[in-house]
Design a protein around this ligand. Sequence first.
Ligand SMILES: CC(C)(COP(=O)(O)OP(=O)(O)OC[C@H]1O[C@@H](n2cnc3c(N)ncnc32)[C@H](O)[C@@H]1OP(=O)(O)O)[C@@H](O)C(=O)NCCC(=O)NCCS
Length: 231
Amino acid sequence: MTTPPPARPAPSPHFKVPIRALEAEHCPAITEHLLQLGPRDRYLRFGYAASDDHIRRYVAHLDFERDEVFGIFNRQLRLIAMAHLAYLTPQAALTEQAPGPAEPPEGMAEFGVSVNHHARGRGYGMQLFRRAVVHARNHGVQQLYIHALTENMAMLAIARKGGATVVQDGSESQAHLRLPPADFESQVSEMLDEQVARTDYHFKVQTRYLWYLLRRALGLPDRRDKDTRPV
Ligand SMILES: CC(C)(COP(=O)(O)OP(=O)(O)OC[C@H]1O[C@@H](n2cnc3c(N)ncnc32)[C@H](O)[C@@H]1OP(=O)(O)O)[C@@H](O)C(=O)NCCC(=O)NCCS
């Protein structure tokens, strides 16, 4: 008897959006995105009432060499959603392991995400999760971990839909997802997704610059309005 292949998460009905890896040069955009989160969203994202100073410190301490940060930009090059995949140290991995028989520490990473209020419900959170999963697999991570408040229905829905096991502990919940090893498909799909996202980003940079030149040639003021249109 042959073993059935592992179940794949159901495909999202949402339009696939370009998601690119962020670098240190995007820190101002990351800060702007996180500062736009209201008090409740900051609490849900960080697990405490993060002040503006906390957020600035969090961004200043992002380690782009060790961790991975992903982002979705709109047409005005505003960062409207981001995810942070933080690789856990062996010590931190020991404390975050799923309850059960003690296992030696292994490749673990923690996933955190935020989507601007106006851009929610379009599947961006789920797509960032899927992108992080593929990246984590390709970098030898065996277990993905999410810490969320039990009331955070959207985050827990993303985790469950992504195949994670959610363990509730009162007002807090831990989600764990055991990842299969990287394969040819995971490596090629990450490479293609990153290429498409970078091309999309550079296209937006060029378009924005052309508009800037055109407006300057016509003597119109530089437009730096808060564009909330989708990507
Ligand atoms: C959690 C968060 C990232 C979700 O972002 P999003 O882009 O709106 O999520 P998605 O559109 O991908 O929704 C994913 C799934 O969650 C479910 N969902 C979304 N909002 C929900 C809600 N309020 N209640 C129950 N389920 C919900 C939907 O079923 C959706 O699946 P679908 O694609 O079949 O409709 C966003 O709400 C956020 O930034 N919150 C503040 C920060 C935070 O809580 N971060 C998580 C802790 S790390």
